[in-house]
Design a protein around this ligand. Structure first.
Ligand code: PEP
Ligand code: MN
Length: 357
C-alpha cells in the first residue's frame, strides 16, 4: 500500500492550483451536441471535457454509445477549445482507439473496476502510455481492496498519473441517492491512500439535478481534489442520464458559489464538517433501516392475525433483547443505550401490529 501511495504522480493535478473540474455530457450523441456543450462550458472553471462513447447500460436495448465517431468530435473539442478531453474505456480496443484520438484522461467505470479481468486487460493495453491520466471510479460495491487492486494493476504497468472518482455505491435500501455516497468508506480509503487525488462525481451519486450542489459542497468539505459533473446543452432530451444532467450555465453558477464558500472557510471547520457529514449519513441509514423494520412488523402483524397467534410473545422478546445486548457489548455499545432503543422499538412494533384490522 505504501509503495502505491508513494508512487502516485500528482504533478498533473497539483499544477492546477485549484479544483479539477471535469464536465460534459453523459454520452456523445451528435457532433453538434458535443461542440455546443463544450463551447458553453466556461474554461476559467472547467479544465477537462468529458463524454461517454461506449456506455455500459444495466439492461439491453438502451442507447449503448455512439462509438468511434464520437472520438473524432472529442478531438475537435480539444483542437478548438484547448480543453483536455476524457472518455470511459472498458477494454483493450477502447484504450487503443482513445490513444489514437489523443484522449488525455481515460476513466474506468464502476462496473469495470469491479472486474479484475477487465482491469488487467486495460492495464496491459496502457503499458508504456505514461503520460495518460487514468481515473478509476469506485467499484459498484464498497470493496476497498478491489478499488486499490485496480490501482495496483495500473501501477505495475508503469501508469503513475492516477486518480480516483467517487461515484457512490449500489444500495438496496430506500435511499434518496441513486448511489449511496458512503462518506465513512471514503474517509477510510483516504486514510489508506492519502496522496491519491479524489474526484467526486455528484451526478452519479444523486441521479437527479437537485442534489448535485449539496454533494459537491460535501465533497469540498472532504477536501476532494475535484468534481466530475455531467452537463448537456439540452439536458431534458439527453439520450442517457437525462434526469441528472444540467446545462453548462447552471454548472457555472454552482462552481461560482463553491468558490465563494471555499474562500471564507477554515481548515478546522472543514474537518468538523466532514465528521458531521459522516454522522448525518449514518443517521439517514439508521432511519431507512427503521422504516424497513416497521414495514416487516406490519406484515408480521397481518400474519399473526390470520394465524391466530398472540401479538406479544414474551420469550421472543426476551431472546431479542439478550441477543442485541450481547452483540452491542462486543461492539462497545453500552447496555443502557441498547436497552432503551430496543424497548422503544418493541413498543412501536406491538402498537403497529395491534392497529392491524
Ligand atoms: C458515466 O460516467 O457516465 C458512467 C457510466 O459512470 P459510472 O461508471 O459511475 O456508472
Ligand atoms: Mn452518466
Amino acid at each position: 500500500m505504501e509503495k502505491l501511495n508513494n508512487s502516485i504522480d500528482r504533478s498533473w493535478i497539483d499544477k492546477l492550483n485549484k479544483p479539477l473540474i471535469i464536465s460534459g455530457p453523459c454520452s456523445a450523441e451528435s457532433e453538434q451536441q458535443i461542440l455546443e456543450t463544450a463551447n458553453r462550458l466556461n474554461p476559467s472553471y472547467v479544465q477537462v471535457f468529458r463524454a461517454g462513447i461506449w456506455k455500459p447500460r444495466t439492461k439491453p436495448n438502451n442507447f449503448e454509445g455512439i462509438g468511434k465517431k464520437g472520438l473524432e468530435w472529442l478531438h475537435k473539442v480539444k483542437k478548438n477549445t484547448g480543453f483536455m478531453i476524457a472518455t470511459e474505456v472498458a477494454n483493450a480496443e477502447h484504450v487503443k482507439l482513445a490513444i489514437s484520438f489523443e484522449i488525455d484522461v481515460l476513466w474506468i467505470g464502476a462496473r469495470s473496476t469491479a472486474s479484475p479481468f477487465t482491469i488487467q486487460e486495460i492495464a496491459n493495453a496502457l503499458e508504456g502510455e505514461n503520460n495518460k491520466i487514468i481515473l478509476v471510479k469506485n467499484p459498484i460495491h464498497p470493496d476497498i481492496e478491489l478499488w486499490i487492486g485496480a490501482l495496483e494493476r495500473l501501477l505495475s504497468k508503469g501508469i503513475k498519473k492516477l486518480g480516483v472518482i467517487h461515484r457512490g455505491f449500489y444500495t438496496y435500501k430506500n435511499s434518496k441517492y441513486r448511489n449511496q455516497p458512503n462518506w465513512n468508506f471514503l474517509l477510510n480509503f483516504r486514510s489508506l491512500l492519502p496522496r491519491i487525488p479524489i474526484i467526486c462525481d455528484p451526478s452519479h451519486i444523486c441521479g437527479n439535478k437537485e442534489g448535485i450542489f449539496d454533494i459537491a459542497k460535501k465533497a469540498y468539505h472532504f477536501q476532494n481534489e475535484g468534481l466530475m459533473i455531467e452537463s448537456h446543452c439540452d439536458p431534458d432530451h439527453a439520450w442517457s442520464d437525462a434526469q441528472q444532467q444540467i446545462t453548462p450555465e447552471r454548472l457555472l453558477e454552482m462552481l461560482k458559489k463553491l468558490t465563494d464558500i471555499k474562500k471564507c472557510d477554515q481548515k478546522s471547520k472543514r474537518d468538523l464538517n466532514s465528521f458531521r457529514i459522516v454522522i448525518d449519513e449514518l443517521d439517514e441509514n439508521i432511519i431507512a433501516l427503521l422504516a424497513e423494520r416497521m414495514n416487516i412488523s406490519k406484515k408480521l402483524g397481518s400474519f399473526k392475525k390470520a394465524s391466530n397467534i398472540a401479538i406479544y410473545q414474551p420469550d421472543r422478546w426476551k431472546e431479542i433483547m439478550e441477543k442485541s445486548i450481547h452483540l452491542g457489548r462486543s461492539l462497545g455499545i453500552s447496555e443502557e443505550l441498547l436497552e432503551g432503543i430496543f424497548k422503544l422499538l418493541h413498543q412501536e412494533s406491538i402498537k403497529i401490529q395491534n392497529q392491524i384490522k
